[in-house]
Design a protein around this ligand. Structure first.
Ligand SMILES: Nc1nc2c(ncn2[C@@H]2O[C@H](COP(=O)(O)OP(=O)(O)O)[C@@H](O)[C@H]2O)c(=O)[nH]1
Ligand SMILES: [Mg+2]
Length: 251
């Protein structure tokens, strides 16, 4: 089994050295790719100095695009499993073992939850907390599965999920965490949530991209509902055979 750690990074020269050092210490057998997403600082240089392979995107494309790039790298280089890990030191490298155990146990995707059983309390503001709760309910409604932390970016993917997401990983904010669960679940792959305590950021700037704009949050809800309705209709049409399917129309 070959496992690749993918680290999306944007202007993380301050935090990345300690993150890579921790990974090298705790998970010495894992290869690491840092996807430098058009950083303006020395992210690429410190990543190389820390022993990682660096894939550089020409300009800032966002976390989703960076993760998709990392998964594509994993696919092209015949890795069996991929762990997505933050550059900022918030993720605990020891939890990689727990994520990989979930894959060993048969899950296609393993999701590290900040709020799972036995985790230390992670500080979240009131507005963000209710927004997260609502999203969790929404995801439950659409997938039939309950997640305590659907916006967590700390995840592991097995081979079928890598194949799917190397081309389908969503690139919009929030969709890059939440919609992934819908895509994976709709494809019939299984997701397992495991607990992992998360630290507060020690260096660099949080992008705060996830909850900066209420408008963005609402846009995702509308987008997800639309996608769900479309999928249902598309399936119904396909089943009834009344209207040609897209593939047929293309032929
Ligand atoms: N590739 C890429 N990575 C990003 C971008 N913004 C944030 N990141 C990375 O995504 C990870 C999580 O970002 P962070 O700002 O800590 O978000 P939070 O933990 O959800 O508050 C870190 O490794 C960041 O370097 C971006 O625009 N592109
Ligand atoms: Mg962070």
């Amino acid at each position: 089994m070959r496992t690749l750690v993918v680290i999306p990074a944007y202007n993380e020269e301050d935090a990345l050295p300690a993150t890579l050092a921790e990974l090298a210490l705790v998970q010495p057998d894992l290869d690491v790719v840092v996807v430098d997403d058009g950083s303006a600082d020395r992210t690429s240089a410190v990543a190389r100095a820390g022993g990682a392979v660096v894939v550089t995107l020409p300009f800032n494309l966002g976390v989703g695009s960076a993760v998709r790039t990392g998964l594509r790298y994993a696919l092209d280089h015949q890795y069996d499993r991929t762990v997505v890990f933050d550059a900022d030191g918030q993720h605990d490298a020891r939890s990689i073992d727990v994520l990989l155990e979930a894959l060993d146990g048969g899950a296609d995707v393993a999701l590290a939850s900040r709020f799972g059983a036995g985790t230390e309390a992670y500080p979240v503001g009131r507005v963000r907390k209710s927004a997260m709760r609502f999203l969790a309910r929404f995801v439950h409604h659409l997938t039939g599965q309950r997640f305590t932390d659907p916006t967590s970016g700390y995840r592991a993917f097995g081979a079928p999920a890598i194949r799917l997401l190397a081309r389908a990983y969503p690139v919009e904010y929030l969709a890059d965490t939440v919609e992934v669960l819908l895509i994976v679940s709709a494809a019939g792959l299984t997701i397992e949530e495991v607990p992992s305590s998360m630290r507060v950021r020690t260096a660099g700037q949080p992008s705060n991209r996830r909850f900066r704009l209420v408008a963005n949050y609402l846009r995702v809800l509308v987008g997800l509902s639309g996608a769900a309705v479309f999928r249902k209709r598309h399936d119904q049409v396909a089943v009834s055979g009344g209207v040609p399917r897209e593939e047929d129309a293309d032929a």
